[in-house]
Design a protein around this ligand. Structure first.
Ligand code: MG
Length: 376
């Protein structure tokens, strides 16, 4: 399991000024804007007290002065801020060998594998934020997640002076209601295009897997986990929510055939099967079952995952994503035979034939005796 902590200093330049002159605490401190005279030039940092007046960085100084006449305008002291930045990063470096410096006041700390030495990542995160405050008198915010993009978004939402922790498995539920513009890399132009396509929330984006893959590395995370777990998986998102068990099972069959085909191609058998369901309200669950006898056969896989589906989809509950994965893979399926050897052999012959035909004519050509495409 990977753990990423995104640390972002709050109103960094303004906070450094306050740290150096505690009498400024609680006041509308504005750094930049033409040597502090509030004239030309832009604001580079504004304390949260100044932000209440609508002042923000990159705003012209004269505008900031108009919005907040009582603002304390200070000149930019870049070298001083760099010195503080170095001190912040020196603290971070004590917690992980892998620290990505994203800017003068922002870092991504890879806490993967630090648990044994430092304790749970959440405890480490809390300690880091407290130490930066105690030793440097600087406020910061943190986001902790198994995914780096999620960690970044969490840190932004945690501001000021907060910490948001997204437990493993809750990433998509956390993201779904957030605006797409929260995603790093989605600039104004992309944002506009997305809005034109009806994509307002990250949930809307997740419903379009190809686009989502481009802007969120959730897929990459899943893939790397699958690699570590030695599993084979496939999932699909249906743009229109699936409302009947029949429609869900049709999708399930496609996934099962893909997973089964890949298992057989790799000559592997799975001892564990997992079904992932995302309901139309974006709640996502996974249900796994360990098999008495490992399998690579579509029909056996389908039997298990469709049972899991029926157990977890209440009548009338719509589903927008289904995923099937096979794990605990092994070379042989014969250790504890569920089917007798003869039946297994005939299964094997059947699927060999099917896979050959699929290879030759495409996946759509042939399926095993499946309940799908009854009507269509
Ligand atoms: Mg910052």
């Amino acid at each position: 399991m990977s753990w990423f902590l995104h640390i972002d200093m709050d109103a960094f330049y303004a906070s450094v000024e306050v740290a150096l002159d505690p009498s400024l605490k609680g006041k509308p401190v504005i750094v930049g804007g033409r040597n502090g005279r509030g004239g030309r030039g832009v604001v580079t940092s504004a304390s949260y007290e100044a932000r209440k007046f609508g002042v923000h960085s990159a705003m012209p100084g004269f505008q900031a002065k108009k919005l907040c006449p009582q603002g304390i305008f200070l000149p930019n002291r870049r070298r001083t801020y760099v010195e503080f930045s170095v001190k912040v990063f020196a603290i971070l470096a004590q917690y992980s060998p892998t620290i990505h410096k994203l800017s003068i006041d922002e870092a991504l700390i890879d806490l993967t594998g630090t648990e044994r030495l430092l304790g749970p990542p959440l405890k480490t995160t809390d300690e880091i934020i407290r130490r930066i405050e105690k030793e440097l008198a600087l406020p910061s915010s943190g986001g902790l997640s198994t995914n780096r993009v999620v960690a970044k978004i969490a840190a932004t939402l945690a501001k000021p002076h907060g910490l948001i922790y997204i437990p493993a498995g809750c990433e998509e539920n956390f993201l779904a209601p957030q605006a797409v513009e929260m995603i790093p890399g989605v600039g104004p132009k992309t944002h506009k295009t997305m809005l034109q396509r009806g994509i307002q929330t990250i949930g809307d984006l997740l419903a379009q897997p190809e686009l989502a893959a481009r802007y969120l590395d959730l897929g990459a995370t899943t893939k790397s986990e699958q690699h570590h777990d030695h599993s084979v998986g496939n999932e699909t998102t249906s743009i229109a929510p699936l409302k009947t068990i029949g429609a869900m099972e049709e999708v399930l069959w496609d996934l099962v055939e893909e997973v089964g085909g890949r298992l057989r191609h790799a000559e592997l058998f799975a001892r564990c099967l997992t079904l992932k369901i995302r309901y139309s309200n974006f709640q996502t669950i996974t249900r796994s079952r360990t098999l008495p006898s490992p399998t690579c056969f579509d029909k056996e896989i389908f039997q298990v995952v469709s049972e899991l589906l029926r157990q977890n989809v209440a009548q009338g509950r719509a589903v927008r994503l289904l995923g099937v994965s096979a794990s605990a893979l092994q070379d042989s399926g014969w250790q504890e035979p569920l089917l007798d050897r003869e039946r297994r052999n005939s299964f094997e012959r059947l699927y060999k034939g099917i896979d050959k035909l699929r290879e030759k004519y495409g996946a759509e050509t042939i399926g095993a005796a499946t309940p799908r495409k009854r009507s269509s």
